[in-house]
Design a protein around this ligand. Structure first.
Ligand code: SD4
Length: 382
C-alpha cells in the first residue's frame, strides 16, 4: 500500500472501531458458571444501579452461599470433609488494580466471598486460610456459626456407612478403596503406581458441581472476578482447591477480560486455566477458543479430568469450554440481553494437538479489518 493508502486504511479502521465499540457493545455484563441465574440477576442489578464490578461479583456470588440457592453446592450445609465439617474457599479480584482477596479452608463463617473481600479491603495480604481466616473474619465483624445442616450430616453418615467411598487417598494403608482411615503411608517399594490417566473425578459433572465463578464489567468498564465454593465432597481436612487461587479459580485484567473455572480443582490449579485463558485472549483468541485451548492443555496430562472455563472479553463477547461431561451451562446478563440467559457449551471430547500457526483470531478484530479494507477499496475505486 502507498503512504496515502495506509493513512486512509488506518483512518477507516479508526472509524469502524469507533462505530463497533459504540454500537456493538454488550457491556456492562455479568457472566457466571452454571445456571445459577439468581446470582447473575443480583450481580446485574448492582451494575444497573451504577454499582461497581467488584460489588456485583461479591453480591452476586453471595446469593449462592445461602443454603439451597445454588443446588446446595456452594456455601454452608453441604459437601462435608472427611470429618463431617463444611469448609469454604472464595476469592475476589479487581481487574483494574490487580488487587486480590482470598480465603481457603474457612471454618464456621458463612459469607466466604465477603470475607475474601475483607482480606482485599482491610489487609495488604492476598490469601488467609483455616482457623486464622476464621479469627480474621470474626475480627472484621462476621458471625462465627455452625455450618452443619441436616443435609450435610446425612451426607457424612452415608459416606461413612459406605466405607468412606469415594475418597482422595492413595498409597496408604488400610486400602483406601475399601476402608475408612485413619491411614498410614505404605512403604515406597510397595506403592501402587497411580496412573494419571486413570484419575477420575466422579463428583463433578453438570448435575453435581460446587463452584460459582463470576466475571462482571460495570458501566465504567471496570472488570472484577470471583469465586465461592465448599470444594470437593469428602475432601481431606485442610484441602484448599483451585477456586480461591488467583489465575486458577478466576482471573481478570482491565485491558483484556476475565475467566473463571469450575471442576476438579486439584488438577485445574496445576494449570492456572483462568490466567491461561486471559492470556490466550490477549493474543487475540475469542473467549470460546481461549477457554478451549486452556482446557486442552490440561487434557494433555489428565485425559479424564472434569472441568470447565467461562470467559468474557472487554467487548462483552463470551464463551466457554469443558471436558468430562456433556454440556456446560453458564449464565449471562448484559446490555444486549432482555433477560438473564443460560448458554450451553458442548464439551470437547479429547486432547487436540494444535500447531503454532493454527490460531483463530477474534472475530471482532477480523470484522474490523475486513470492513476497513472494504471502505479503503471503495474510496479508491468509486
Ligand atoms: C474445587 N473447583 O474445590 C472446585 C470444585 C468445583 O464444580 O468447581 N466443582 O475443586
Amino acid at each position: 500500500m502507498s503512504a496515502p493508502s495506509i493513512q486512509k486504511y488506518f483512518l477507516a479502521k479508526l472509524v469502524v472501531v469507533f462505530i463497533y465499540v459504540y454500537i456493538g457493545n454488550t457491556i456492562p455484563i455479568v457472566v457466571n458458571t452454571w445456571p445459577f441465574t439468581e446470582a447473575t440477576i443480583k450481580g446485574w442489578n448492582v451494575i444497573a444501579n451504577n454499582g461497581s464490578a467488584l460489588d456485583a461479583v461479591e453480591q452476586g456470588g453471595s446469593v449462592c452461599e445461602e443454603f439451597g440457592k445454588c443446588a446446595t453446592s456452594v456455601g454452608y450445609g453441604a459437601d462435608p470433609d472427611e470429618i463431617g465439617e463444611t469448609t469454604l474457599d472464595a476469592m475476589i479480584m479487581d481487574g483494574t488494580s490487580h488487587d486480590v482477596g482470598a480465603v481457603g479452608d474457612l471454618r464456621r463463617v458463612k459469607s466466604a466471598l465477603s470475607v475474601a473481600r475483607a482480606v482485599l479491603e482491610y489487609t495488604t495480604h492476598t490469601f488467609l486460610v483455616g482457623e486464622s481466616a476464621t479469627n480474621f473474619a470474626a475480627e472484621m465483624g462476621f458471625s462465627v456459626v455452625d455450618l452443619h445442616s441436616n443435609f450435610s450430616t446425612q451426607q457424612f453418615k452415608s459416606w461413612r456407612k459406605a466405607n468412606c467411598q469415594p475418597n482422595y487417598r492413595q498409597n496408604v494403608a488400610p486400602d483406601p478403596t475399601k476402608s475408612c482411615g485413619p491411614y498410614q503411608p505404605v512403604k515406597r517399594r510397595a506403592r501402587r503406581q497411580v496412573e494419571r490417566s486413570s484419575r477420575v473425578s466422579p463428583w463433578v459433572d453438570e448435575n453435581n458441581h460446587d463452584t460459582i465463578g463470576l466475571i462482571a464489567i460495570d458501566k465504567d468498564g471496570n472488570i472484577a472476578g470471583g469465586t465461592t465454593t465448599n470444594g470437593m465432597n469428602h475432601k481431606v481436612p485442610g484441602r484448599v482447591g483451585d477456586s480461591p487461587v488467583a489465575g486458577a479459580g478466576a482471573y481478570v485484567d482491565k485491558d483484556i477480560g476475565g475467566a473463571a473455572g469450575t471442576g476438579d480443582g486439584d488438577v485445574m490449579m496445576r494449570f492456572l486455566p483462568a490466567y491461561q485463558t486471559v492470556s490466550y485472549m490477549e493474543q487475540g483468541l475469542t473467549p470460546a477458543d481461549a477457554a478451549e485451548r486452556s482446557i486442552n492443555r490440561i487434557l494433555k496430562y489428565y485425559p479424564t479430568f472434569s472441568g470447565a472455563v467461562v470467559a468474557v472479553n472487554l467487548k462483552g463477547d463470551h464463551g466457554g469450554a469443558c471436558h468430562g461431561f456433556d454440556l456446560f451451562p453458564y449464565s449471562v446478563q448484559s446490555a444486549q440481553l432482555q433477560n438473564v440467559t443460560v448458554y450451553n457449551v458442548t464439551c470437547i471430547k479429547k486432547y487436540v494437538k494444535y500447531s503454532a500457526s493454527d490460531r483463530k483470531e477474534s472475530n471482532y478484530f477480523n470484522l474490523i479489518d475486513w470492513i476497513s479494507r472494504f471502505i479503503l477499496y471503495y474510496t479508491q475505486n468509486v
